[in-house]
Design a protein around this ligand. Structure first.
Ligand SMILES: Cc1cc2nc3c(=O)[nH]c(=O)nc-3n(C[C@H](O)[C@H](O)[C@H](O)COP(=O)(O)OP(=O)(O)OC[C@H]3O[C@@H](n4cnc5c(N)ncnc54)[C@H](O)[C@@H]3O)c2cc1C
Ligand code: SF4
Length: 502
């Protein structure tokens, strides 16, 4: 029986972030561990609601009130068990999820601050490691069936673990030199240190999952070869086609890059330093790309932009502007527009925003300005209004509002246009839809029989929690397709959408 007065006795509290001056001098995670006393206090705020709306916010169906109460009572082993029953990788979501469960927490309905669900989650996940490590689960007798998973992000890895635990032989193919998808070289270490991925991979390997890195399916191995080796294929190739702005004058200048180009180069340097290898942030063609001493302009307002901001500060940028097309969002939920328990449009302050830089809202780039040698030296911006007409976005510049910002490194973090057009698609006979994603039938199969799809490749650029949920659900469908005994958990179907106001 949970404490009925917990939320009355305790306010919401999170552990203090590491001081800005300290954390921007390294790449370690921003949050230190919360400590047992704080986390048990915060778990006590959970009311164990009769209808726990936090469940509706989370596509994984995490048993949030159950593990909140287990943490409250210090029953850590049971909390670890309960958490892993629905989530293969709580150490990733606990660190990185924007927590739609918290936006849907019933405490928010009464004007209270929600339970710190995500912080409780990460503390349980870390307790699992501290209390003996991530032990591999015993694997049943082999079924004799084999599955290829293409792409090693959270969707592919979640599916791989579920299928291996059901006795299937699973091989994960990854074109990059390391496993992890965007978690490995997209998301910086100050949000997710990579030992968390490595620990999990050791568990998956011990459970029988085979990993093949440096294999580009569709190029190094054809779809036909892959299908001849395996009984089913899961495509989990992400949504890595960065949106560009080719029509903006000066886009071709040196120093104007896709955000991911910068992030991947920077994250590779951190990875190399961890291995004791010297490295410099470079583009694939060897050109250095580093924010040190540069005036940086980041275009975009989401996760990717915030990650670029944190990286720019750690590299020693001279100054950073972050530009957003839209006006500054409200600081609290607008109940008319986004009623509880939906995900609210509010100003999101990431830890990177605490570290410096200037955010500029309601502006659009008119031109990237040439220094006369083909290198960008500035960004000419104008104040704008944005409206929707007939489903189209109309951006109107206010006359006389133009000004120039200094810029010798410009990063485009303006979203993704779905999965990349690559040889694998035609070889498997699957096509991208109007959003650049690959459609799935209700049983997660694509247009090609025996070829399934999950994660960002199916949903479009989304969240880790959705990737894991889709990976688990696709694994359940593959298990059934292969005639596996019993059924695996399927937390979502392909049509499931986040909570939205009617
Ligand atoms: C910079 C950035 C920051 C983000 N931060 C957050 C965050 O804080 N919280 C959050 O919840 N979400 C965040 N996201 C979103 C999240 O990372 C994605 O939703 C998630 O990683 C999608 O998982 P996935 O498994 O579908 O694909 P991905 O993680 O994209 O993995 C796809 C993998 O497929 C591989 N691949 C593609 N084609 C082939 C091929 N032909 N052969 C072999 N391998 C192939 C790719 O190399 C890649 O490794 C962020 C995204 C970005 C870009
Ligand atoms: S909605 Fe909030 S208070 Fe209710 S069970 Fe979920 S976490 Fe606890």
């Amino acid at each position: 029986m949970p404490d009925p007065n917990g939320f009355l006795r305790y306010d919401r509290r999170l552990p203090a972030r590491r001081p800005v001056a300290v954390r921007i001098s390294d790449w370690r995670e921003v949050y230190p561990p919360a400590g047992e006393e704080l986390i048990r206090e915060q778990a006590t705020r959970c009311m164990d609601c009769g209808i726990p709306f936090c469940h509706d916010g989370c596509p994984l169906g995490n048993r949030i009130p159950d593990w909140n109460d287990l943490v409250r009572t210090g029953t850590w082993d049971a909390a670890v068990e309960s958490l892993h029953a629905t989530n293969n990788f709580p150490e990733f979501t606990g660190r990185l999820c924007p927590a739609p469960c918290e936006a849907a927490c019933v405490l928010g309905l009464g004007g209270q601050q929600p339970v710190t669900i995500k912080q409780v989650e990460v503390e349980i996940a870390d307790a699992a490691v501290a209390r003996g490590g991530l032990n591999p689960r015993p694997v049943p007798a082999p079924t004799g069936r084999s599955v290829a998973v293409v792409g090693s992000g959270p969707a592919g890895l979640a599916a791989a673990q579920q299928l291996a635990r059901a006795g299937h032989a699973v091989t994960v193919y990854e074109r990059d030199d390391a496993i992890g998808g965007l978690l490995r070289y997209g998301i910086p270490d100050f949000k997710l240190e990579k030992q968390h991925i490595d620990r999990r991979l050791a568990q998956l390997a011990a459970e029988g999952v085979q990993f093949r890195t440096g294999v580009n399916i569709g190029v190094d191995v054809t779809a036909e070869e892959l299908r001849s080796r395996h009984d089913a294929v899961l495509l989990a190739c992400g949504a890595l086609q960065g949106r560009d702005t080719p029509e903006t004058p000066g886009r071709q200048l040196r120093g104007v890059h896709q955000a991911m180009t910068h992030l991947v180069a920077a994250n590779r340097v951190v990875a190399a330093a961890g291995d004791g290898r010297p490295a410099q942030a470079v583009l694939p063609d060897g050109t250095p790309i580093d924010a040190a001493g540069r005036h940086v302009v980041i275009i975009g307002g989401g996760d990717t932009a915030a990650d670029c901001l944190g990286v720019a500060h750690r590299q020693g940028a001279a100054g950073v502007h972050q530009l957003d097309l839209y006006p500054e969002p409200p600081h609290g939920r607008d109940a008319e527009r986004d009623p509880w328990p939906t995900w609210p449009w509010v100003l999101r302050n990431y830890p990177a925003h605490e570290e410096g830089g200037e955010r500029v809202f309601a502006v659009a780039v008119q031109e990237f300005v040439d220094d006369g040698t083909g290198q960008v030296k500035g960004v000419r911006i104008a104040e704008v209004t944005v409206e929707r007409r007939d489903g189209r976005r109309i951006v109107t510049a206010l006359p006389g509002s133009e000004r120039e910002l200094p810029a010798d490194l410009v990063l485009l973090a303006i979203g993704f246009e779905g999965t990349e057009e690559q040889p694998l698609l035609a070889q498997f006979g699957v096509t991208r839809n109007a959003r650049g994603a690959v459609d799935a039938r209700p049983d997660w199969q694509t247009d090609a029989d025996g070829v399934f799809v999950a994660g960002d490749m199916h949903r479009g650029a989304s969240l880790i929690v959705w990737a894991i949920a889709e990976g688990r659900a696709a694994a359940a469908a593959i298990h059934s397709y292969l005639g596996g005994v019993g059924s695996l958990p399927a937390p979502v179907d392909p049509a499931r959408q986040p909570l939205a106001a009617c």
